[in-house]
Design a protein around this ligand. Structure first.
Ligand code: NAP
Length: 319
């Protein structure tokens, strides 16, 4: 029987189980995809631990994972746009970490065959998220933007998209991430005490925008640097959003197959890289989340279903 990730109570990675499930069949307008790769994301840790139990309760046994790529396995009545064998990527909340995913045909984009499975799997998640925040701030060559956690899943894409729009990009990371950040086109800045002063010293003019992916004081740093709240976006500090009126534009604002296909085309053209930190088999999902929880990944951690795919960390700097 096909395998899928499930958890039946809130808790740490140990509550995650690889279970046998029925193979889904597509209803009208639906497609069943044989998943090749699925991403893992920090937000899934919060959901699994029960942090959002009041707002978005789990329905046990709950599935896990959102963004994935795979091959169309079966199509339901009325589906014209896809047929079995097509390579696709999609976003199906709390369901993607499984050998088969059932989804609406309108929730799929075509995956270019030249793009790897792990890279395609992360596009509807961190790809769309970074796209949304960079577009929302309307970054341009007139901007000097700080990207916090610039080596992480969202940050590594946001750095490149901001560079492609011509902005000067400073990215925070640990010293060991500096070569990686430079390879993405950013000026690396060490996070931690004294961050505001280090940023001031590194820029000739003023900082005009700030994309925060880590919380913990980054919004206050941005305000101290004189960045207006309308040009600060945080994905990791809800308290700062309420207190300072900064923005929190994320994946939901670019959740369309058109955006995913645009990002995939940029990758195939060699203008954008989706760095993959490491790849785990679905059966080792607990180890994958243990690594993610340390919050020191470069790019993304991805689960694969069947075949061994080697990690790719090579990065071509954007032009
Ligand atoms: N709202 C949405 O639509 C949406 C979508 C996706 C993600 N998110 C949220 O966005 C945030 C970022 O997600 P992600 O997947 O990019 O995270 P991630 O990949 O886990 O971030 C890892 C990065 O964080 C850096 N880091 C570690 N400690 C740090 C510190 N003290 N200060 C600054 N950076 C530090 C690490 O750099 P070093 O390795 O160099 O230490 C590492 O590269 C999360 O809060 C996530 O839940 C929101």
């Amino acid at each position: 029987m096909p395998k899928a990730i499930r958890f039946s109570r809130y808790g740490g990675p140990d509550v995650l189980e690889v279970v046998d499930v029925d193979r889904p069949t597509p209803g009208p307008g639906e497609v069943v995809v044989a998943v090749e790769a699925a991403a893992i994301n920090p937000g899934e840790i919060s959901i699994r631990e029960g942090a959002f139990a009041d707002m978005w309760p789990a329905h046990f046994p709950e599935g896990q994972g959102n963004d994935y790529a795979g091959v169309v396995h079966a199509v339901g009545p009325g589906v014209e746009a896809f047929r079995p064998g097509d390579q696709v990527m999609g976003f199906q909340p709390r369901a993607a970490q499984a050998e088969f995913v059932r989804t609406g045909a309108d929730r799929l984009a075509r995956k270019p065959t030249a793009l790897g499975w792990p890279q395609a799997a992360v596009i509807p998640g961190v790809g769309a998220t970074a796209y949304a925040e960079v577009e929302a701030l309307g970054l341009s060559e007139a901007d000097t933007v700080v990207v916090s956690a610039g080596a992480g899943g969202v940050g590594s894409i946001a750095v490149q998209l901001a560079r492609l729009r011509g902005a000067t990009v400073l990215a925070t990371g640990s010293v060991s991430s500096f070569p990686f950040l430079e390879s993405l086109g950013a000026i690396p800045i060490e996070y931690g005490d004294g961050l505001t002063e280090r940023i001031r010293k590194a820029v000739s003019g003023s900082v005009t925008a700030y994309l925060d992916h880590f919380g913990r004081g980054n919004v206050v740093t941005a305000l101290d640097l004189g960045v207006p709240p309308s040009r600060i976006n945080t994905l990791a500090d809800g308290t700062a959003v309420a207190r300072y009126g900064v923005r929190t534009i994320g994946q939901a604002e670019a959740d369309t197959p058109e955006v995913w296909e645009q990002l995939a085309a940029m990758a195939v053209a060699g203008n954008l890289v989706f760095p993959i930190d490491s790849i785990y088999p679905l059966t080792d999902v607990r180890s994958a989340y243990n690594k993610l929880a340390k919050r020191h990944t470069r790019g993304k951690i991805v689960l694969t279903m069947s075949r061994a795919v080697q990690p790719t960390l090579a990065v071509t700097p954007p032009p």
